[in-house]
Design a protein around this ligand. Structure first.
Ligand SMILES: [Zn+2]
Length: 428
């Protein structure tokens, strides 16, 4: 018996026993990790779902898969804090278990996004369904702002102030601390402050978590100065910050083409300005003068749904590319898409490449060429650079590889399983 074991042991090559402590090594990429102030060429080693080393010259022989990232950017997995993912088949339910929302995995990884925060598609009544059918089933990390309306974004239900319940919302949030990061106010058409105040109250009751405001509509519009200075707390999030809709006050004064002075004050006070691009919630006529003046969004997010993705917005990287084209520098754009949003939602374990962190990584290409970037009004800017996703790693595994830059493309363990499946003809 002993002899057999000894023979087996000796037949395993020594190199296999002592090498390859890493699942993946990413070689020669330009790493931008704002949290750790890294901006230069580095290698990254990943093992068992974690980042285990960030250094120059990590030996590629120590890895099962080696990713050639020469000439590419390596960043933390992107964090999109305004997304709509409560997809379903209920007729007329819109973003709440309806067909205007998107299954996350179909749209995230091809854009370097590893975490999405659903922005209020579900409320306390509908969150359990959202959790069971989407959050628990997705490879993308799905977090949520809970709508202050119990029913969530189910069309007309959003106008029902009787369904806005701070206590129940806070209770559900406290019971799902790992997923619910705050509360959402959206689409309310009326002159009352009730929805905002109830959401802030829920935020306080749930232990001091933020509120994201999509500031409805009213005629005449409610004052955003009052919103920022009197109703919201530092850390609360004003999404759609570059919108220019008739029923809302906007941040750039069209007479002077300057950011209103109280908006600067509000950002200093800690109010978070989030892009939330969406279908009609971003206008270059607001964003260009603001960026020119040095007023940058704290976070870049998409407000992705069936409408916006097929309109001007398209996806996270197109939205980030617009800010690059307007003159926001690359490092600031990456910060606003990784580390800043992670801090805003109080998940500081995300959006960075620290050793010991979960291995959520985006590898991006800055493509050069002629690109047209437009908004929903038809205003178009020409750009010569555009971000493209080459690879996404989620929880230590390659989940998207555009051009096969991993070697081997399929890890040997999976390759054997794939081959067995081909023989059984069970794959599609
Ligand atoms: Zn939205």
């Amino acid at each position: 018996m002993k002899k057999i074991f000894l023979l087996l042991f000796l037949s395993i090559p020594i190199t296999l026993l002592y090498s390859q402590p890493y699942a993946i090594v990413i070689k020669d990429g330009h790493v931008i990790d704002p949290k750790n102030n890294i901006d230069g060429v580095m290698d990254i080693a990943v093992n068992e779902g974690k980042i285990v080393q960030v250094a120059k010259n990590i030996d590629p022989k120590q890895a099962i898969q080696v990713v050639n990232a020469k000439g590419l950017l390596v960043t933390p997995g992107l964090v999109d804090i305004h997304s709509h993912n409560f997809f379903g088949t209920e007729p007329d339910h819109q973003y709440e278990n309806g067909n205007l929302a998107l299954p996350p995995d179909g749209f995230t990884f091809r854009n370097g996004v590893t975490t999405v925060v659903d922005a209020g598609s579900s409320g306390w009544r509908t969150f359990p369904t959202f959790k069971a059918q989407t959050i628990d089933q997705s490879k993308t990390r799905v977090l949520a702002f809970l709508n202050i309306v119990g029913e969530g974004m189910r069309g007309g239900y959003e106008q029902n102030s009787n369904d806005m319940d701070s206590k129940m919302s806070a209770l559900v949030a406290k019971g799902n601390k790992d997923i619910i990061v705050g509360f959402k106010v959206a689409h309310y058409e009326g002159p009352e402050w009730t929805p905002v105040d109830k959401a802030v109250e829920a935020g306080k009751q749930a232990g001091g978590i933020p509120v994201m405001v999509d500031f409805g509509g009213s005629n005449p519009p409610l004052s955003i100065e009052e919103l920022f200075m009197k109703h919201l707390r530092p850390g609360d999030i004003f999404t759609h910050c570059f919108g220019q809709l008739g029923t809302r006050e906007y941040i750039v004064d069209l007479q002077t083409n300057k950011v209103k002075p109280f908006v600067w004050e509000a950002q200093k006070r800690g109010i978070v300005f989030d892009v939330g691009y969406g279908g009609i919630s971003f206008a270059f006529s607001q964003a260009i003068p603001a960026v020119k003046e040095g007023f940058y969004p704290n976070s870049i997010s998409t407000d992705i749904h069936v409408g916006s993705m097929n309109n001007a917005m398209k996806d996270m990287l197109t939205t980030m590319s617009k800010f690059l084209a307007m003159g926001m520098d690359l490092k600031k754009v990456i910060t606003a898409s990784t580390w800043n949003p992670s801090r805003e939602i109080k998940h500081e374990e995300l959006g960075n490449l620290s050793v010991g962190s979960g291995a959520d990584i985006a590898i991006l290409n800055i493509r050069e060429g002629k690109f047209g970037l437009f908004d929903y009004t038809g205003y178009k800017i020409e750009a010569n650079k555009k971000l493209e996703c080459e690879m996404t790693i989620r929880d230590g595994k390659i989940v998207y590889d555009l051009n096969g830059i991993a070697n081997p493309i399929v890890p040997p363990k999976n390759a054997a399983a794939n081959a067995a499946n081909v023989q059984k003809s069970v794959t599609h």
